[in-house]
Ligand binder design. Sequence first.
Ligand SMILES: O=CC(=O)O
Length: 339
Amino acid sequence: MTKSQIMDTEIQLDHRKSQQLPQVLVLKPPPVLTVIGEHSFSSPKFNFLKAWESPLPLHQFLSTYAHSVQAILCSGYSPVNEELIRQLPSLRLVVTASAGINHIDLSACWRHGIAVTNAGSVFSDDGADAAIGLLIAVLRKISAADRYVRRGLWAKEGDFRLGSKLGGKRVGIVGLGGIGSEVAKRIEAFGCSISYNSRKQKASVSYPFFSDVCELAANSDILIICCGLTEQTHHLINRQVLLALGKDGVVINVGRGAIIDEKELVQCLVQGEIGGVGLDVFENEPDVPKELLELDNVVLSPHRAVFTPESFMDLCRLVVGNLEAFFSNKPLLSPVMAE
Ligand SMILES: O=CC(=O)O
């Protein structure tokens, strides 16, 4: 046998072995897979079935492998809905490489006995850091000041207008989960007071709780949105909430775009009814309302709050850990919903 024949045989054996492993369907590569590299995800316990690499049209690909898919790896870019679930009768686990789970039909998973895992607390620190970064950028006008200097306006037009201080402000956090709790820790260190809104009051914290987000806004200078997108939180931050926050109020959003009614937000900004916003997420990403691009009291970020190479490394370990636990009949590491 020649060297290349031996190599071909080894590749075929590897291929056959991988076909015998439990199959994890990936419809579109989640960003973490592309950034960290597929090799970091390889495991003796499962094999990725990569739909995007197949020459088959998706429906044909799905019907070819329908019965062998036991798990799906997805992200916000590849929804898992009832229609997909129905096509995969052996599906028992959905692993999403994201903290948000709004792209997964959880009730369909529940009905079909499918467990779900997400990014757990992997993104909490970076999400909170980014929220604070956006907040200081808005209050102290950092992006606008940067543009002022770059355009040569400092020498031509003189001193730049003042920003405002973070310390002493009343901060309302919407959603006191992983990211929200880390935001609270950081905000406390700045000498701000904290209150919050969430599905339920938390016994573990003593911050004032407002079950009504409008009341939270009326008692805050700053609102930081850290909750997930659900039917209950869709357009939770509307004109009424923004008006309650007031003319100097600042809104930061690191949750999901549709938690804010974007049209009403734009209107309030254009009419000077709120002080400023820092947004990492938008209703129709990657489209950003053009009015926002022209406002100096707006700081924009392209849905990058939680993503760093460090958080992606942790996420990679968590994704592999969840899949390996599942295929070894061990408890899942970051279950959203057990089977
Ligand atoms: O937005 C990012 C995530 O949900 O992980």
